[in-house]
Design a protein around this ligand. Sequence first.
Ligand code: SF4
Ligand code: SF4
Length: 345
Amino acid sequence: MLKKTAVQKISDLAAQLMQKGTLIAPVREDAGFNFREISDAGQVDLNFYNTLMSPKSAFFPHMEDFVRYQTGKSVLDAVPVEISIKPAFLFGVRPCDVKSFEIMDIHFSGTGAVDPYWQKRREATTIFGYAFDLNTPADGADFYATLGIGAADPEGSDVFMMKKGDELLLKAVTKKGEKLLAEMSGLTDASPEDQKYFDETVATGRSFKTRLTCVEAKSIAKKFEDLFHKTPFWERISDACLSCGICTFVCPTCYCFDICDETLFGQGTRRRVWDACMFTDFTLEASGHNPRTKVYQRLRQKVCHKYSYHVRKYGVISCVGCGRCTRACPVNIDIFSIVDQAMKE
Ligand code: SF4
Ligand code: SF4
């Protein structure tokens, strides 16, 4: 099923989705675009390249309370925080970010131990993917093509959207997407020419140029295994790193978190918050020993986890080439260049 509407009428589409549940969509902010829960349909803005933060927080919030308790009372009096999940619509997600959800599913639901917080949100959410504009060159940091992801790949979305001039084409990819589009008013049936345009754009998106290097999962995994003990290589590439951790916070496939307790005037909350392997105390043990005190050890961990350990354990690279880490790094450390240099070592 392929439908269309005028780009100018996106707010009508947004208003209908808001009546059905929570709408999370790109919003223009001072520093750039970000996915936000929409309170006014007019906020939705599809004139963006990509968001500063990835959309992972729709399923895995930066901070989430699990249990509330009172200090000095029995643990049996602790009250779990109920997960309040209602239907949600994640609107305008780029294909590389849609791919990241598949990788995150491995950890939050694919290994037997299911994280109910992630899983319930995933099930309740309809994903509207959104093609990159193929008439605009890719951002210099992006390299999703290296990882086999097309600029207009509909796979993984429930509904996939692309612009065609002043119109927005919406293709139902899953049954969930088909049911939703059938229920929505204001959409018209697309013409055979629109269908042809859609198919051609998906195909062209597969050869759309981003930075490209020769990366095959098993060979890069082996290469990083071989490089693990080559300390001068890791010291050189991490020389400028500040251990600020922003590269992991913006990343759609970083999933480390910490469980913390916060108490105030006898009221306690146990919550999880995002954590980052780039932080100095990430591996600090209770004994005081820290196996990763040096910056190069931490950057090595991040890169090897994504490109080596993850491949060995799950068969896929845990990076989608979205370029956010490179754009956000205050000292221009670029994971693509690290991979490229490793392949040449
Ligand atoms: S490592 Fe960088 S390029 Fe890869 S998915 Fe994370 S933020 Fe995107
Ligand atoms: S963003 Fe750059 S400086 Fe900050 S931890 Fe990551 S690589 Fe290091």
